[in-house]
Design a protein around this ligand. Structure first.
Ligand code: AMP
Ligand code: GLY
Length: 443
């Protein structure tokens, strides 16, 4: 990647960077940020076992909810830039708090994070700005929901309004299922996140992820990506946080992306401005490409996981400058990202049972991994007392490779996966099936 309009050796101080979060996403951010020669240390709160294998990275044991301790420690460490990974601290207003304490922060304030933490608010926001999205109804009781479900002639999707760790969306097959989903949400399946329910018209088409780094006014687009949300091959089975991804998404041609910019991205940023929201962070546009054009399925106020692990290796050491510029409201808007013709792919190795119950604590053996343009970012791992790497989550490792085309990329990814062993390892063999000439079933 080369990013023009960036004064790389400018007067900015970027020696000590802090990343908040503990997933593969945050490890991939740390990995690309540490590449910059100005950066001396990348601190992660809390990070995971894999963070310790990344150069310049140090994990900190601090409770981010203990605000006094946090600020004191960040001042002692002379933190120059803070990147907040997950949605929960953003929704809790951590970015606002840290900005008030004079830190540079990449991540929206509570007002901007509402794009993700209230689906009904986001739908009204889109309605006000004429941004294409599925028709919707905001409902406050099961009776209200049932009235709409039973009078609707079209299939509906049911969503808890608030944050639900990616589990608050139901795509039912019948009116009865639809009603049961609404009932489970109103009965407290997601706590207060389910006090309000959004019913949406079910739309159809492939899904793509588009990421805009915003400085409150201007924006830069990252390469697009395609996630694989379903657990099983052939895009079957339950929804997960994401089983693999590739970037860029060839489905989005230049012309189509221009249409998305005009119909969705710029109207979103204009509407944020109209509502006096100074959004300094990434907007993740979850889009569906329908017969009648692109529509927003959801906004997120953070990078996608595993899209982030997939995209970061396409960035060069200048990436951290973009984050800093966003935090300061200093983008020129002319910054261009050039991936030198490389493409990237990622497969997630999970614990059997995920996204439902699974066991953790199994030793992970990593054999000889091809290292040229390949990375392993730990998603859910920990270390035993004697330093052995153990599984510690549903999504355990992100295996990522880059090359000139997707067949080469996924050949390397799946070769590397043969070198990774832990009890109950499960991964999809068909990640990238949309872009590979011959996705092999025997990998
Ligand atoms: P979300 O957590 O909002 O990304 O939703 C999870 C998944 O549910 C999406 O990736 C879509 O596959 C599906 N989904 C959400 N909204 C709709 C909709 N209006 N129509 C069809 N599918 C949807
Ligand atoms: N890749 C899906 C998500 O991060 O929500």
């Amino acid at each position: 990647m080369s990013i023009n309009s960036i004064n790389s050796k400018s007067l900015i101080r970027l020696e000590n960077i802090l990343i908040i979060g503990n997933g593969g996403r945050e490890n991939s951010l740390a990995w690309v940020i540490q590449k910059n020669e100005l950066v001396k240390k990348v601190y992660l709160i809390p990070g995971n076992a894999g963070s310790e294998r990344i150069k310049k990275c140090v994990r900190l044991k601090i409770d981010i909810n203990n605000k006094d301790e946090l600020v004191e420690k960040l001042n002692i460490l002379k933190i120059d830039l803070i990147v907040i990974g997950p949605e929960i601290p953003l929704a809790d207003g951590l970015a606002d708090f840290l900005r008030k304490k004079h830190f540079k922060v990449f991540g929206p304030g509570k007002d901007g994070a509402k794009l993700e933490y209230s689906k009904s608010w986001a739908k009204e926001f889109m309605q006000n700005a004429n941004i294409p999205t599925a028709n919707f109804w905001k409902v406050n009781s099961l009776e209200e929901a049932n009235e709409i479900i039973h009078s609707s002639s079209r299939p509906l999707v049911v969503k808890a309004d608030g944050l639900a760790s990616g589990k608050g969306v139901f795509v039912p097959n019948s009116k009865d299922e639809c009603s049961r989903a609404a009932e489970s949400i109103f009965n407290g399946k997601f706590g207060d996140s389910g006090n309000v329910v959004v019913l949406e018209e079910k739309i159809q088409g492939p899904e793509v992820s588009v990421f805009a780094l915003c400085d409150g006014n201007k924006y830069v687009l990252l390469p697009t990506a395609q996630d694989h949300k379903r657990l099983n091959e052939g895009d079957k089975g339950p929804n997960t946080g994401g089983m693999g991804a590739y970037s860029p998404a060839p489905l989005l041609t230049k012309d189509y992306l221009d249409r998305i910019i005009k119909e969705i991205i710029e109207p979103t940023i204009d509407q944020l401005n109209k509502q006096n929201i100074n959004y300094r962070g990434v907007i993740y546009f979850g889009l569906m490409i329908t017969e009648s054009g692109p529509k927003v399925i959801e906004y997120n106020c953070r990078f996608g996981d595993p899209e982030c692990q997939t995209i970061m290796p396409l960035m060069d050491q200048n990436f951290v400058f973009l984050l800093e510029k966003c935090s300061m409201g200093n983008l020129t808007g002319d910054e261009k990202i050039d991936t030198s013709g490389k493409v990237s792919g990622c497969v997630i190795a999970t614990s059997r049972g995920y996204p439902n119950a699974y066991k953790t604590g199994f030793p992970i053996k990593i054999g000889n991994i091809e290292s040229d343009d390949c990375q392993i970012f730990d998603s859910g791992t920990s270390l035993s007392l004697d330093g052995e790497l153990l599984t510690d989550g549903g999504r355990v490792l992100s295996i990522v490779c880059q090359d000139k085309d997707y067949d080469m990329v996924f050949e390397k990814v799946y070769e590397n996966l043969k070198q990774i062993k832990f009890e109950g390892i499960y991964f999809r063999n068909d990640i990238g099936h949309q872009v590979r000439k011959s996705p092999s079933k025997e990998n």
